[in-house]
Design a protein around this ligand. Structure first.
Ligand code: PAF
Length: 296
């Protein structure tokens, strides 16, 4: 049973402030949740899971320029540090002894653009990596830096960014980073829309159109459940997106570890779990979502 927190977490904006706050660590492990802010209930479920796993919880809030392409939404990405701090403080969330690290880019990248970056390898070149070249390299570079700065025992990531989670797991394994990586289930609104900071960009009509993503995932799951092959699962999901007012970027049915395409009929896939991952643009907003798909 986790002990309820009182008081407020330390806010660290600089490396010395972070070092001081980390030194005030109670006995026990340290868990980190890395975010870009604009927090919502999905982030808070990560923090609650972190609270259950670490005596000291560190939440990082940093909009990482390295993971945005030149035409992407770095400048308009929602930022609200005061709102985030208010959301994070509470008995089952953060309190005294915990830390919020909210650095500026010059604190994270004191020498400017880093000359050395982490390569996400093959996982970084398909789907999200194909549409957003360099995105996952930028993610892994900041994740590794934050792991070095925070020195956590456990790091929690949302399963909504499933390709990011696969890339982080692979980096930790390949580079022997001494951190346990935990994936936390996606939080959805009652109508199925996966929570995302980018949902803030959607108008009411676009929010309605965005429900096509969770409907497409349900169609893919149903096709696998009915014994259809991998291509039919992709087609079932794509049909739903094509029939809605969204611009489909990709429909991927992949191995959860390698992100390689899954193929075969239901017999060959029997007992197997794949990830059905989607990206689509609704109005001007690009959304992603995913679900496990199982063949009996
Ligand atoms: O998932 C995110 O919010 C970001 O990609 C992360 C992991 C905080 C790295 O900037």
């Amino acid at each position: 049973m986790t002990q309820a927190r009182t008081g407020a977490p330390a806010l660290a904006r600089t490396r010395p402030e972070l070092a001081d706050a980390l030194a005030a660590r109670p006995a026990g492990g340290r868990a980190v949740v890395m975010t870009m802010g604009a927090l919502h209930a999905g982030h808070l479920s990560l923090v609650r899971e972190a609270r259950a796993r670490g005596e000291q919880v560190v939440v990082t809030i940093f909009v990482n320029p390295l993971q945005f392409g030149p035409a992407e939404d770095l400048d308009r990405y929602p930022r609200d540090l005061d709102g985030d701090l208010a959301l994070l403080t509470g008995p089952d969330l953060l309190g005294e002894g915990d830390v919020v690290l909210a650095p500026t880019p010059d604190v994270v990248y004191p020498d400017g653009d880093p000359g050395v970056r982490v390569s996400a390898g093959p996982v970084g070149t398909v789907y999200e990596g194909a549409t957003r070249p360099g995105h996952l390299d930028g993610v892994l570079t900041v994740v590794l830096k934050l792991m070095h700065l925070v020195a956590p025992d456990v790091a929690l990531f949302g399963r909504k960014d499933v390709q990011q989670l696969a890339a982080v797991r692979r980096m930790v394994r390949d580079l022997d980073v001494p951190v346990e990586v935990v994936g936390v289930p996606t939080v959805r609104d009652a109508d199925g829309l996966a929570l995302s900071s980018r949902n803030a960009y959607l108008s009411a009509a676009e929010r309605e159109q965005a429900l096509a993503l969770s409907r497409a995932l349900a169609a893919g799951r149903a096709a696998a459940g009915a014994g259809h092959d991998a291509d039919a699962v992709r087609a079932a999901a794509r049909d739903v997106l094509d029939g809605a007012a969204v611009g489909t970027d990709y429909v991927a049915l992949v191995d959860p570890v390698t992100f390689e395409d899954v193929a075969g009929d239901a017999g060959a896939l029997s007992g197997r779990t794949a990830v059905l991952a989607l990206a689509a643009t609704v109005g001007a907003t690009r959304l992603i979502d995913n679900s496990d798909v199982r063949w009996a």
